[in-house]
Design a protein around this ligand. Structure first.
Ligand code: PLP
Ligand code: COI
Length: 376
C-alpha cells in the first residue's frame, strides 16, 4: 500500500479528509475473498467494504462526514426519493499506476457537474471540497480494492437522494450523499470491439433543453431502459437518442456521448443543451484539438450521419464515457436504414484517442493538461 503524503491534495482538502470519521467494518472480506472478487468483476456487481456518507438537513447543512461499513440502507416507505425520484449521481474511476499510487481523473469536473445536477433537481449543493474529500476518504479506506489489471479500475459512484419521509411534493428537507466503490474491468464483455446502435425514433431520453438531459439525474436512466431493452431485443448493443423537440438531431447514447470523424479529418459532436456534458467528451475534444483536428460542436441531423456513412464522408463513429471509455460504433440502424461504419471495424483516430486517454489515466503518458489528481 502506498502511504499518503501531505502534499498530494491541497492542504484544506487534506484537512477535510481528516474530518471524516472512519468507522471500519468489523467483518472485512479476507484477502483471498477480495482477490477472487477482483479477478473478473462484472460491471457494478462487486462492492468494497465501506462507503462514504454525509447527511444534509435544511436546518444544519451538510454534517456527519463519515466512512462506514458498506451495507443496506434502512428507508421509511414514505422516503421522498421512492416517490418523486429526487436523485442524482456521478461516475468516476480510481486508477492504480505502476508505482502503486492511486489517481483519479478530473474529479473537480465531476464535483461541478454534481452541483449543477443538484441545482436542477432542487437538491442541496455539496461543496467541491466535500465531494473530493468523500471520494478520497473512501478510496484511502478501501485502497486494497483498487485493481491493477489491464483496463481495470475502481469505479466510484457518488449519489445524492431525498431521504426525508414525507409525501408532499416539494424539495426534501433531509438528503443523503453517499459514495460507493466497485472494482471494474472492461465495460463491454469481449473488450474493445465495435458496438451496434439502434436509433430510437419512438422515445426520447430527457426532453428538449429545459428538461433534465443535462443533469445526471436517475430518472433519465429510468426513461432509457425501455428503448434500451427494445434495442437489445432487436439484437443491438445500445440505443441512440434524438433531440426531444424535433426528433431530427443526434443526442447521445443512454450512458455515453458520441463523436463522428470525417474523411476531411474534422471531428464533430452534438452540441450541449439537452445532453449530458461528459468529462470524457470534453477531454476527447481537447486531445483531438491537440492533434490538430478541428472539432465542431453542433446540431447533427441523423440523416446527415447516415448519408455520410454511406458516401464515405463519415469515416468513424464512436461513443465515450467514464464507464465505457472510448468505444467504436460499427453499425447504426433504425426502422428504415441499417448502415455499417468503417466496414464494421474500429476507427484509427478512435483507437488512437482511446490509447492516449487511457495512457494518461493509467500514468503511462505525461499528464500535460494536469488532469490527474492523486488520491493515495
Ligand atoms: N452521457 C450520459 C447520458 C452518461 O450517463 C454519461 C456517463 O456518465 C456520459 C454521457 C459520459 O459522461 P462522462 O464522460 O463524464 O462519464
Ligand atoms: C458512467 O460512465 O459513469 C455512467 O454513468 C454510465 C452508466 C454506467 C450510467
Amino acid at each position: 500500500m502506498t502511504t499518503t503524503s501531505h502534499n498530494i491534495l491541497p492542504a484544506d482538502l487534506e484537512d477535510l479528509v481528516a474530518r471524516f470519521d472512519v468507522r471500519r467494518t468489523d467483518a472485512p472480506r479476507s484477502e483471498d475473498e477480495r482477490t477472487s472478487l477482483l479477478a473478473k468483476p462484472k460491471f457494478g456487481t462487486v462492492f468494497t467494504d465501506h462507503m462514504a456518507r454525509l447527511t444534509w438537513r435544511s436546518a444544519d447543512g451538510w454534517t456527519d462526514r463519515r466512512v462506514e461499513p458498506y451495507g443496506p440502507l434502512q428507508l421509511d416507505p414514505a422516503t421522498a426519493v421512492l416517490h418523486y425520484a429526487q436523485e442524482i449521481f456521478e461516475g468516476m474511476k480510481a486508477y492504480k499506476h505502476a508505482d502503486g499510487s492511486v489517481w483519479t481523473f478530473r474529479p473537480e469536473q465531476n464535483a461541478r457537474r454534481y452541483a449543477r445536477s443538484a441545482h436542477r433537481l432542487a437538491l442541496p449543493e455539496l461543496s467541491e471540497e466535500d465531494f473530493l474529500a468523500s471520494i478520497a476518504a473512501l478510496v484511502r479506506t478501501d485502497i486494497e480494492w483498487v485493481p491493477d489489471g489491464e483496463d481495470s479500475s475502481l469505479y466510484l459512484r457518488p449519489f445524492m437522494f431525498a431521504s426525508e419521509a414525507f409525501l408532499g411534493v416539494r424539495p426534501a428537507l433531509q438528503v443523503e450523499h453517499l459514495v460507493i466503490a466497485s472494482p471494474v474491468g472492461p465495460y463491454f464483455a469481449g473488450g474493445v470491439k465495435p458496438v451496434s446502435i439502434f436509433l430510437s425514433e419512438k422515445y426520447h431520453r430527457a426532453g428538449p433543453p429545459g428538461g433534465t438531459g443535462d443533469a445526471k439525474f436517475g430518472g433519465n436512466y429510468a426513461a432509457s431502459l425501455l428503448p434500451q431493452q427494445e434495442a437489445q431485443q432487436r439484437g443491438f448493443d445500445q440505443v441512440c437518442f434524438l433531440d426531444g423537440a424535433e426528433s431530427t438531431y443526434l443526442e447521445e447514447l443512454g450512458g455515453m456521448n458520441i463523436f463522428l470523424v470525417m474523411a476531411d479529418g474534422t471531428v464533430h459532436t452534438p452540441g450541449l443543451g439537452s445532453i449530458l456534458e461528459g468529462i470524457t467528451r470534453k477531454s476527447i475534444i481537447q486531445l483531438a484539438r491537440d492533434r490538430g483536428h478541428e472539432v465542431v460542436e453542433r446540431r447533427i441531423p441523423v440523416r446527415e450521419l447516415v448519408e455520410g456513412i454511406e458516401s464515405g464522408r463519415v469515416k468513424e463513429f464512436f461513443a465515450c464515457g467514464t464507464a465505457a471509455v472510448v468505444t467504436p460504433i460499427g453499425r447504426l440502424a433504425s426502422s428504415d436504414f441499417d448502415v455499417e461504419v468503417n466496414g464494421g471495424a474500429s476507427g484509427e483516430l478512435t483507437m488512437a484517442l482511446r490509447s492516449e486517454l487511457t495512457d494518461i489515466q493509467y500514468g503511462r503518458a505525461d499528464d500535460r493538461h494536469g488532469w490527474m489528481m492523486r488520491l493515495a
